[in-house]
Design a protein. Structure first.
Length: 381
């Protein structure tokens, strides 16, 4: 079994690796620091011999993570399981790079499905046997959709379903999970730092979310891009509301066409690459002009009692900026506009403005052309 790599500019495909110890690759994640490749492998016909295979940039195997190589007690975290590995994800934070995998379950009873695990590689452990035992494993979620709860058992490569793909948003530390067993998108907050299972939050379920096979973060807006195999539709989901912002059928043929997905920023727009199993091709589609993106300095600079300076970055030219105050009460926002001086451009799509009439205890948020930012506490000096 091997892996191919595609050059979208040259429209060519070449072999990246061949003769790998995998039989059912279902997900891939690339270390953004050193280009090491991680492959999620469903493995045998019933998922009982699943692997997470670690490859060097030249395609050779660095380490193999599975029930055999981690059979001895691992040195840190929880003892991992690999029951029908079903998807991969990656995160890069100040603490380092972590990888994530979901499980569909394995065997006649669908054992161990509906789980999401984080794998923190050891930075210096020798390969191949030292790395699996020295790495740290944390189970982030259990009880998501899987074969034992929503699909058929025994598990087979043809009917396997569960947490199929995972995308980490560095802006909010949340891992988003596409579960093709119950047509649901979940959010796992604090995924890169959690030390045990957390309660996943349902972002969206049903409707256009139909057998979601892949999920990525829009690099321009932070929206969720979801490839749905059940209706061959690409959907853009607002992660804060779960609303469908845009969708398009990309293949009018038999269901099951969409699987892989990647997104890149391209001159202010987002280009999405997807593979089509009906045609065995890789295609590109450009999303509509993105809605305004708000990303700003989270610690305002104090200018004196009651006045701070805020910087906002946005892709909206000549934006209309409003500031709203939060009164006491969790998530109880009152749209009381504070005084905002006329914003001045400071470059790179950013705007700076002064805010007066606030107190040290105030919390507030910015809206740019109607799009809300994160909540921020005022810092008064």
């Amino acid at each position: 079994m091997g892996l191919d790599q595609v050059d979208p500019a040259a429209h060519t495909a070449t072999t990246f690796a061949s003769g790998l110890p995998i039989s059912g690759p279902v997900g891939i994640a690339i270390n953004p620091v050193n280009d090491l490749v991680w492959v999620g492998d469903f493995g045998s016909a019933d998922g009982s011999a699943s692997n997470v295979v670690h490859l060097l940039p030249n395609g050779t195997v660095k380490a193999n993570f599975n029930s055999s190589t981690t059979a001895s007690p691992v040195s840190s975290g929880q003892q991992p399981t690999f029951n029908g590995v079903w998807g991969m994800g990656v995160s890069q934070t100040s603490a380092g790079v972590s990888f994530y995998y979901g499980t569909a379950g394995s065997g006649s009873a669908g054992t161990g499905g509906g789980e999401v695990w984080r794998l923190d590689p050891h930075p210096t452990a020798t390969s191949p046997n030292g790395q699996p035992l020295a790495s740290t494993y944390v189970e982030l979620a259990t009880g998501l959709g899987d074969n034992a709860t929503t699909k058929a058992v025994p598990v087979t490569a043809a009917n396997a379903a569960g947490p199929e793909d995972l995308a980490f948003d560095a802006a909010n530390g949340t891992l988003y999970v596409a579960d093709d067993a119950n047509n649901t998108i979940y959010a796992i907050p604090g995924a890169s730092t959690a030390t045990g299972p957390v309660t996943p939050i349902v972002v969206a379920s049903g409707g256009v979310i139909n057998t979601p096979e892949n999920i990525v973060i829009d690099p321009n807006t932070g929206d969720l891009l979801v490839a749905n195999a059940g209706n061959n539709t690409l959907a853009v989901i607002d992660p804060n509301t779960g609303n469908v912002l845009w969708s398009r059928v990309l293949d009018t043929g038999a269901p099951g066409a969409l699987f892989g997905l990647a997104a890149v920023a391209n001159a202010g727009h987002t280009t999405v690459y997807y593979d089509d199993n009906n045609t065995n091709g890789v295609y590109a589609v450009q999303l509509p002009a993105p809605r305004p993106l708000v990303a700003w300095v989270t610690k305002p600079r104090a200018e004196g009692p009651g006045t701070v300076t805020i910087r906002v970055t946005t892709n909206a030219p000549g934006p209309t900026i409003h500031l709203f105050d939060e009164y006491a009460g969790a998530h109880s926002f009152v749209q009381k506009a504070l005084h905002v001086a006329a914003p001045e451009a400071f470059g790179n799509g950013g705007w700076t403005f002064q805010v007066s009439g606030i107190k040290a205890t105030n919390h507030f948020y910015v809206m740019v052309n109607g799009v809300r930012s994160n909540l921020v506490a005022a810092v008064i000096g």
